[in-house]
Ligand binder design. Structure first.
Ligand SMILES: NC(=O)c1ccc[n+]([C@@H]2O[C@H](COP(=O)([O-])OP(=O)(O)OC[C@H]3O[C@@H](n4cnc5c(N)ncnc54)[C@H](O)[C@@H]3O)[C@@H](O)[C@H]2O)c1
Length: 354
């Protein structure tokens, strides 16, 4: 099997690349990346050490794909993944070119190779204005989804695929949703097998967490190096909740998905840690303090940031029904994996994460 992973030196891409090499030793894994994410050069050394091939290229440039060998499977993991991206001067073009045009170029390449494709989409395709108004209750350290909800596609189990798409979703979310539509059209019109995984928060080692993306790693790193953090929005108490999926659980799912990928035509699945693997910022602080042994200063800003959500939980019912898959790795294990990685690689990571 020859696999192309775009964004193969990023957090998700590098983890998947290494796991593919470990589980399918005779596979050839090609990681295309322009190394624009700070820290991707560290992941590059890791993927090379596992025998993956690196192609220094840019998904925005169609001709960069011409340097690649013919592949059987493409994992589209190249992106500007920040939900805040695109608002500042100069960022918008890069966001649209990378996240949307980059996917189109990837699709042309999939068509040329007759390759199958798995697209890493995002829960951010669901509009924030309606999600911000879902019924919630609160306890001291977290928000909870109420049992009674007025919108279809949401229950106390979380958000499912039929959650209505009308509304604003961020520039980032819009680039990913636009990509989804084109993947489905390429699939239908040109017979390219495709699956779209709408992922909630993903985390694990190799994630170069920063203030606008990769919050779990950011939180652990700030505790590790005794930095400063803030609870922003929703009263400033850190009650906001996300479900978190370990990247190794994502790989387990992808292993199941590639078995019958040839039958798929752009089916969409919500994929996340689910209610069991959900955590609030206040709870995350507690866990990070316990694991690192450090207590740090956390400031508080009560006003909400535009587009921020009090709670997002993935309803994994469909993906569980179709593939029998569910997350196996607990949040606690995930946090320990992140801690051990930071501790081991701290010399290289300090300038990026601290
Ligand atoms: N991390 C999450 O929580 C999460 C959640 C949902 C969906 N996703 C999706 O998963 C995918 C991977 O995200 P990630 O967290 O690994 O992000 P990441 O920033 O760690 O990795 C993205 C990689 O793409 C590379 N890249 C950026 N622009 C490029 C370009 N023009 N050409 C080639 N390479 C380019 C970067 O250098 C980086 O190595 C993205 O599509 C993202 O939208 C991530």
């Amino acid at each position: 099997m020859k696999i192309l992973i775009t964004g193969g030196c990023g957090f998700v891409g590098s983890n998947l690349a290494i796991l593919f090499k470990q589980h399918y030793t005779s596979s050839e894994v090609y990681c295309l990346d322009n190394l624009s994410r700070k820290g991707s050069e560290i992941n590059l050394q890791k993927i090379l050490s596992y025998g993956c091939f690196f192609v220094h290229g840019d998904v925005r440039i169609k001709t960069d794909f011409e340097r690649l060998t013919k592949v059987d499977l493409i994992i589209d993991a190249a992106a500007e993944p920040s939900v805040l991206a695109g608002k500042n001067t100069g960022e918008l073009e890069n966001l649209i070119d990378t996240n949307f045009n980059g996917t189109i170029n990837t699709l042309y390449y999939a068509k040329k190779c007759s390759a199958e494709i798995i697209f890493l989409s995002t829960s951010r395709v669901y509009p924030y204005d309606s999600l911000a108004k879902v019924n919630i209750t609160s306890t001291l350290k977290r928000f909870h989804l109420s049992q009674n909800q007025e919108i279809i596609g949401i229950s106390e189990k979380g958000i499912s695929e039929n959650y209505p798409l009308n509304g604003f979703r961020s520039l980032y979310g819009a680039t990913k949703l636009s990509s989804e539509y084109f993947i489905q059209e390429f699939s239908e019109n040109f017979g390219i097998p495709a699956i779209i995984n709408r992922c909630g928060v993903l985390s694990g080692p190799n994630q170069m967490g920063k203030i606008d993306q990769g919050v779990i790693v950011l939180w652990m790193a700030k505790h590790f190096w005794k930095g400063n953090l803030g609870y922003i929005g929703f009263g400033g108490l850190g009650q906001q909740v996300r479900d978190v999926l370990h990247v190794r659980d994502l790989f387990n799912l992808i292993q199941l998905q590639i078995k019958n990928l040839s039958l798929k035509k752009g089916e969409i699945y919500n994929v996340g840690g689910g209610i069991k693997n959900s955590i609030s910022l206040a709870e995350l602080t507690e866990s990070c303090s316990q694991i690192t042994g450090n207590k740090i200063n956390i400031s508080s800003i009560s006003e909400n940031r535009q587009g921020d959500l009090p709670i997002y939980i993935t309803n994994n019912t469909l993906i569980n029904d179709i593939y029998g898959w569910k997350p196996e790795i607990s949040i606690d294990q995930l946090l320990h994996d992140i801690y051990n990685w930071i501790k081991k690689d701290q010399l290289f990571l300090k300038s990026i994460l601290s």
